[in-house]
Every structure is written in C-alpha cells, then in structure tokens.
Write a protein that binds this ligand. Structure first.
Ligand code: HEC
Length: 122
C-alpha cells in the first residue's frame, strides 16, 4: 500500500527545493517572470529559446539563441530587446512583445529579473 505520509514528505521536499532556487529579495518578480516566459498566451519565450540555469523548462526552443549569462547584460538592453528587438536587429525573427502590447512593461521587468537571476553562474 502507498504510504501517504511518505508521499507528502516527498512532495514537500520538491516544493522546498524548488522555492530555494528563487530565495532572493526580488523573489516575487523572478517567479512572475518565469510564468511569463513559459506561458503561451504571454511571452511564450520557451517556444524559441532554451535557457541556462532552469532545468525545469523544456530546452527545445531553437529558433533564437540559448539565453546564457544574461546577468552580465545591462537591464536596459534586455528590456529593449524584449520590448522591440527590431531596435537592435532589423532582420530579427523575434516578435516585439512590448511594442505590440502582448505583455506589459511590468511583465518585461519581471522577465528581466527572472533571466538575470537564473543565468547567474552558480
Ligand atoms: C519567434 C521566436 C522568438 C520568440 C517567441 C522570442 N524570441 Fe528572443 N530571440 C529570437 C531570435 C531569433 C533572437 C536573435 C536575434 C536577435 O537578437 O534579435 C532572439 C534574441 C533574444 C535575446 C538576446 C540574446 C542575446 O544573447 O543577445 C533575448 C534576451 C531574448 N531573445 C529574450 C526573449 C524573451 C524574454 C522572449 C519572450 C518574451 C523571447 N525572446 C521570445 C527569437 C524569439
């Protein structure tokens, strides 16, 4: 028979280890950013990008480059890239998520917080 207590303990361990990954001061923003990154109706970034540092995300997006070391980029560069990538690359395949009002400025700030947090070398 399945031991319910054991199951609960294992489930709790999963929750705790997942949350320690984001145990930073901008915790809430980082969590929100992850949601925007993976949600199809929001950023849907994972459709095109693999990403360093978050193995829970399917690493199958290969239209854009794998997102690495973004903690070393200026925040403004990342914000502008997500707002409208045509600014820095006229021939980009990446859609202008902010300029087209698919996601809000706040959601872009959250994405930047998330991407800079997870791509930190650990
Ligand atoms: C339709 C595919 C597609 C989607 C969806 C997409 N991207 Fe991109 N992205 C690209 C391509 C192609 C590039 C490389 C060309 C360029 O820099 O514009 C890129 C470049 C980038 C870069 C620059 C990486 C570097 O090292 O310079 C960042 C950051 C980025 N994307 C983040 C995102 C985020 C965050 C989302 C979700 C809001 C997203 N992308 C959605 C295709 C996509």
């Amino acid at each position: 028979m399945i031991d319910a207590k054991k199951l609960l303990a294992v489930a709790l361990m999963g929750v705790i280890s997942a949350s320690t990954v984001y145990a930073t001061s901008n915790d809430a923003l980082v969590k929100e950013g992850r949601k925007v990154f993976v949600t199809k109706k929001l950023g849907n970034c994972l459709a095109c990008h693999a990403v360093q540092g978050d193995p829970s995300i399917p690493q199958t997006g290969d239209i854009g480059p794998k997102l690495v070391n973004l903690n070393t980029y200026p925040k403004e560069y990342l914000f502008d890239k997500i707002w409208d990538p045509n600014k820095t690359n006229k021939n980009t395949l990446m859609p202008p998520m902010g300029r087209s009002h698919k996601i809000t400025k706040h959601q872009i700030d959250a994405l930047v917080a998330y991407l800079q947090e997870i791509t930190k070398a650990k």
